[in-house]
Design a protein around this ligand. Structure first.
Ligand code: SF4
Length: 335
């Protein structure tokens, strides 16, 4: 608790600031509404097998209320639209649970909205994103998520009646941005979301192709079932929200200072930078008398460090922490 003096309408008042939330709010936020159905949810399947399985194995671990603020706000948004959309629009279904059997396992998922018109079938997922996610182009998860829902809609005997092969399927993501601002939208026109609320459309993949992908993800997760945790593969960088922010080129005989013009940085507003540029530069330089090598500069594993409730049980993360001060050498050429 600290206090600070401020002026309110000409009166000098004291603000008392307590960090954290009152207990009754914390308690409300910690209520777990999640009900496990089937063997794997679509969300689990699209996550790294290590992260999904470790959470499954440690359901007892509670996170603190602070870490749940984003998820509570996301839930509130879903409840709002679930309540208000359905009442006003005919042919519209919200939050319908689905499940399908794939290779003997039950996969479950719940679409946010299905809208049936005379000609179209819109399958929609609702997102509450930070602008950064848009800028980073993180479309893979939602793209497959919607394709999986399409597949499940066509195959779940309970909801199959809603599926119409004669209608054109459109996959939609409705995104409400938490931190959109007009100034950045004007400056970074090509990269920044054009509005605070945006709708993105995808063409659905053919269902056999979706099934193939679903099976491959399922196999990746099942492969962990008979193997002890230390042997599970590490999560890929994008799943732990880790980014390579720069590639630096060094002379072998001066490994402390990158050479002039040898720093290739990632800019948030220019999307992913091109590793090939760094490699080409290195090749060009290596024609001289010196040997060169590169180091990648990575951000922290943000998800592991700040948001993962089971990080204390995660062997690969512990190893990563131990090796944190050893920068990764990505590729070397020359002698
Ligand atoms: S610590 Fe990181 S890699 Fe390990 S389970 Fe958590 S998020 Fe996944």
């Amino acid at each position: 608790m600290y206090n600070t003096s401020i002026n309110i309408d000409g009166r000098q008042e004291t603000l008392f600031v307590d960090s954290g939330l009152p207990q009754e709010y914390q308690k409300a936020m910690l209520i777990n509404h999640y009900q496990k159905r089937g063997d794997y949810s679509v969300t689990e399947l699209l996550d790294a097998p290590r992260c999904a399985r470790l959470k499954q194995e440690h359901p007892e671990v509670e996170t603190d209320a602070e870490n749940l603020i984003h998820s509570v706000l996301g839930t509130a948004m879903h409840v709002y639209f679930d309540t208000h959309l359905e009442k006003s629009t005919p042919g519209l279904y919200t939050e319908v649970p689905m499940s399908v059997k794939v290779d003997g396992k039950t996969v479950t998922g719940t679409f946010d909205e299905l809208l049936l018109t005379n000609t179209h079938m819109f399958i929609t997922d609702l997102k509450n994103w930070n602008v950064f996610k848009w800028m980073a182009g993180e479309w893979s998860k939602v793209y497959w998520q919607l394709n999986y829902y399409h597949y499940m809609l066509a195959h779940d005997p309970e909801v199959k009646a809603l599926f119409s092969p004669n209608k054109q399927t459109v996959l939609r993501v409705v995104i409400l941005f938490k931190d959109w601002n007009k100034r950045d939208a004007d400056i970074h026109k090509d990269k920044y979301p054009p509005q605070r609320g945006v709708t993105v459309f995808f063409k659905p993949l053919p269902l056999p192709e979706v099934k193939k992908h679903l099976k491959a993800r399922l196999n990746a997760h099942r492969a962990l079932e008979s193997v002890p945790e230390p042997e599970w593969p590490d999560a890929p960088a994008d799943k732990v929200w880790q980014k390579c922010t720069a590639i630096k080129v060094y002379k072998k005989d001066n490994p402390k200072k990158a050479i002039n013009g040898g720093v290739f940085s990632l800019s948030n507003y220019n999307g992913d930078f091109d590793k090939a540029n760094a490699q080409a530069y290195l090749l060009m330089k290596s024609k001289g008398e010196h040997d060169f090598f590169t180091k990648e500069v990575w951000t922290e594993r943000k998800r592991c460090e700040r948001y993962c409730p089971v990080s204390e049980f995660c062997t690969t993360y512990r190893k990563h922490c131990a090796a944190k001060n050893n920068p990764k050498v990505s590729f070397k050429i020359g002698k």
